[in-house]
Write a protein that binds this ligand. Structure first.
Ligand SMILES: Nc1ncnc2c1ncn2[C@@H]1O[C@H](COP(=O)(O)OP(=O)(O)OP(=O)(O)O)[C@@H](O)[C@H]1O
Ligand SMILES: [Mg+2]
Length: 397
């Protein structure tokens, strides 16, 4: 037990208490709460002016987010989780405590949490420049993102994701990497938001419910089709983000060009024809470093390959990004996306792969004419899943 915890117990068992003792006790409780990163509900009510609509930053699939200010002046973002979370108070508290230990320059800092009656809240540091999608997909704001900034975002997110996968106190698969979950601070340093949702809202194999996981346009095909979540599903989503940063186009609202149904196919076809730079956002014309752009495109395509076994781990992605442009020899295979046709991988599952997939899943054929796609594999407990509102994927049992 910590020293403060020990004193706290002594104080608790003292038979008579003076007001001086009580003050002392309150102080100790505060210290204990700080150690556990627990916020009282009253503190968050006061910081957000009782969750006033004017303080609302937005509404995600897990609930609304409010801006707040603590008494010590720190700005915070408070996420009020929807009550539909299946987790009990104890499980929530345990997971939140663990997630609050996750610390990295490229990951949003979870300052703490609050469990108050049915309410469950997460308290994050406030990140000043909002989310990447708000800059990248709005024509008036895109110019602020020159190539250097975009390149720094790619490398920063890669490092943050590598940390989540391999360096943090526990292995964390994000499950919802997308431009909207990359926040930018006042110096444009990218910070991955909403990590740990896969732990706080675990997949439930037995209950149909309204929980959400993943966003349309970013989800790896094996995850959509079979619910197979692994770090390689994050690598796929990260690859989509790279291609969006290079092209300035949002994969989920891509207007088909010729035979290319989506951003990934379009980028791949141009890459194969040796015309990588045609993928580039015209807004980058004056700031781009062409070799760097071409290398990032190749890495993005490696990440979005259909077969997760062929996708690099984040460890490898970070290494590839550090290479001299023009020296990358890995050739990406055709990208996959929900509704595309898989080929069974002939390569056996290797130990260097952290994907942990059984190769059986690639025995399934998805009818490319039918986007409700029916998996024919016998190993899958799930069939295809329909996307709900907000492009989110409702969970199924
Ligand atoms: N720590 C933070 N600092 C500043 N703004 C934040 C922070 N966290 C979230 N936001 C803002 O709050 C809004 C809502 O975030 P939220 O994560 O709930 O929704 P989302 O990212 O659109 O969807 P999802 O549920 O898939 O994450 C976003 O626009 C985001 O920019
Ligand atoms: Mg979010």
């Amino acid at each position: 037990m910590s020293k403060s915890g020990h004193n706290f117990m002594q104080t608790l068992f003292r038979p008579f208490r003076s007001s001086k003792d009580e003050n002392h006790e309150q102080e100790l409780e505060q210290i204990a709460a700080q150690e556990q990163k627990q916020f009282s509900f009253a503190t968050l009510v006061s910081a957000t002016k009782d969750f006033h609509p004017d303080h609302k930053l937005g509404q995600g699939g897990f609930g609304p987010v409010f801006k707040g200010k603590l008494e010590d002046g720190r700005e915070i973002a408070v996420k009020k989780l929807l009550h539909s979370s299946g987790q009990g108070k104890k499980e929530f508290t345990n997971e939140a405590k663990l997630l609050a230990r996750v610390q990295h320059r490229n990951v949003v800092n979870l300052l703490g949490y609050c469990a108050h009656g049915p309410e469950k809240l997460l308290v994050y540091e406030y990140v000043a420049n909002e989310s990447l999608d708000k800059h990248l997909f709005k024509s008036g704001r895109r110019d602020a993102l020159d190539w250097k900034r975009r390149y720094d975002i790619i490398t920063g997110v890669a490092r943050g994701l590598l940390y989540l996968h391999e360096g943090s106190p526990s292995v964390i698969t994000h499950r919802d990497i997308k431009a909207g979950n990359i926040l930018l601070d006042d110096k444009w340093v990218p910070k991955i938001a909403d990590f740990g949702m896969a732990r706080l809202f675990p997949e439930d194999e037995t209950h149909v419910n309204t929980r959400v996981a993943g966003t349309n346009g970013y989800m790896a095909p094996e995850y959509v089709m079979h619910g197979r979540l692994s770090p390689k599903a994050d690598v796929y989503s990260f690859g989509v983000v790279i291609l969006e940063l290079i092209s300035g186009q949002k994969n989920s609202s891509f207007i088909p060009i010729l035979d290319a149904e989506n951003l990934l196919e379009w980028a791949y076809d141009l890459y194969k024809k040796g015309k990588s730079l045609e993928v580039m956002d015209p807004a980058l014309a004056s700031s781009a470093v062409p070799d760097q752009v071409a290398m990032c495109l190749q890495i993005g395509l490696l990440c979005t390959q259909s077969d997760p076994q062929y996708r690099p781990t984040m460890d490898r992605v970070v290494l590839l990004l550090s290479k001299k442009p023009g020296t990358l020899v890995e050739e990406p295979r055709r990208p996959g996306y929900p509704g595309s046709r898989y080929r069974r991988s002939r390569r056996p599952t290797t130990s260097i792969d952290s994907g942990n997939f059984d190769s059986d899943m690639f025995g399934s054929t998805i009818n490319s004419d039918d986007h409700s796609a029916t998996a024919t594999t016998s190993s899958s407990r799930r069939t295809s899943r329909q996307l709900g509102s907000r492009g989110k994927l409702p969970m199924q049992g």
